[in-house]
Design a binder for this molecule. Structure first.
Ligand SMILES: [Zn+2]
Length: 292
């Protein structure tokens, strides 16, 4: 189990569902050329890309334990979800996620809030589970925090073409139907030590989550970055971006803000340890894994 991050009276746990190489690096980053990949291969391999140039990605949740609340940030892929275009996420039937929660002493009834950084299928899956053929909230006591514009965008997409966004049908709309959603602006301050930070571009109203107090804090990035390659080249867009140019501006702005600060970046899709501090690296940034 990964070492948790301790920030005074707050603990951040990593709960992993999957880690693997599923996407070809050049397809994942449409503007990544063979030359640029070759130039960076020496530091990317074998930690961040495998021998076949597949990106090594982690699918995980972050659980924030405060004295008052247990907050789950992003809900991975989930079980029994029909994902015909993603064979490695299609109809999963795994107990790894729930075992990961149990390993930190939590069950589904202990989660008070679920925060959805954005509404892509690998971040909302465990929002729901199958119960007698119906999708019901996995965390029955939780309120699910989503951005207003993000939810409106995907609800409209689902209305127009449900087959193209099955994760909205089975993992987002059932939360709304069960009246468990809490709709917020993407700069919502949950409390003094848990605040949303707008990081748009990858999706229309993506947010990251800043936890702790200045000097002892962490930023859970969500999908504002997928690979350290996008640290070195902040303008490198990924295939599913809503607005790649905006996503690049967001990376520069956020990494500039946290550069050379003690803030632990929790880099959701990076392979373990998935954390690090931001430092400048040429025209871009790198992440140095120091815990504490
Ligand atoms: Zn993702």
């Amino acid at each position: 189990m990964a070492t948790p991050i301790q920030l005074n009276d707050i603990t951040i746990h990593l709960v992993v569902e999957q880690e693997g190489g599923w996407f070809d690096a050049k397809g994942f980053f449409p503007k990544l050329t063979k030359e640029l990949l070759d130039e960076n291969r020496s530091w990317l391999q074998p930690e961040f890309i495998d021998a076949n140039d597949k990106l090594i990605l982690c699918i995980q949740s972050f659980v924030i334990r405060t004295p008052q609340h247990n907050i789950l940030i992003d809900a991975c892929v989930g079980n029994h979800k029909h994902r015909p275009t993603r064979p490695f996420w299609n109809m999963l039937d795994s107990d790894r996620f729930e075992k990961g929660l149990a390993a930190i002493g939590l069950g589904v009834n202990d989660i008070d809030y679920v925060m959805c950084t954005h509404l892509h299928g690998d971040h909302v899956g465990w929002n729901t589970r199958l119960d007698n053929g119906r999708w019901v909230p996995t965390f029955p006591r939780a309120r699910y925090i989503m951005s207003d514009r993000e939810l409106a965008h995907w609800t409209q997409r689902e209305k127009e073409n449900p087959e193209s966004v099955p994760w909205i049908t089975d993992s987002v709309l059932p939360i709304v139907a069960a009246k468990r959603e809490q709709i917020v602006k993407s700069d919502f301050a949950f409390n003094e030590q848990v605040q949303l930070v707008p990081t748009p571009g990858h999706t229309i109203d993506h947010f990251s989550v800043l936890v702790g107090r200045p000097g002892r804090d962490a930023l859970i990035t969500g999908d504002m970055i997928h690979s350290p390659l996008q640290g070195k080249y902040p303008d490198l867009g990924m295939m599913a971006d809503y607005d790649s140019a905006q996503a690049g501006q967001t990376r520069r702005k956020i990494f500039d803000r946290f550069c050379d600060q003690p803030t632990q970046m929790c880099l959701s899709h990076f392979p373990a340890p998935s954390t690090g501090r931001v430092q400048r690296w040429g025209d871009g940034y790198k992440f140095v894994s120091v815990r504490g």
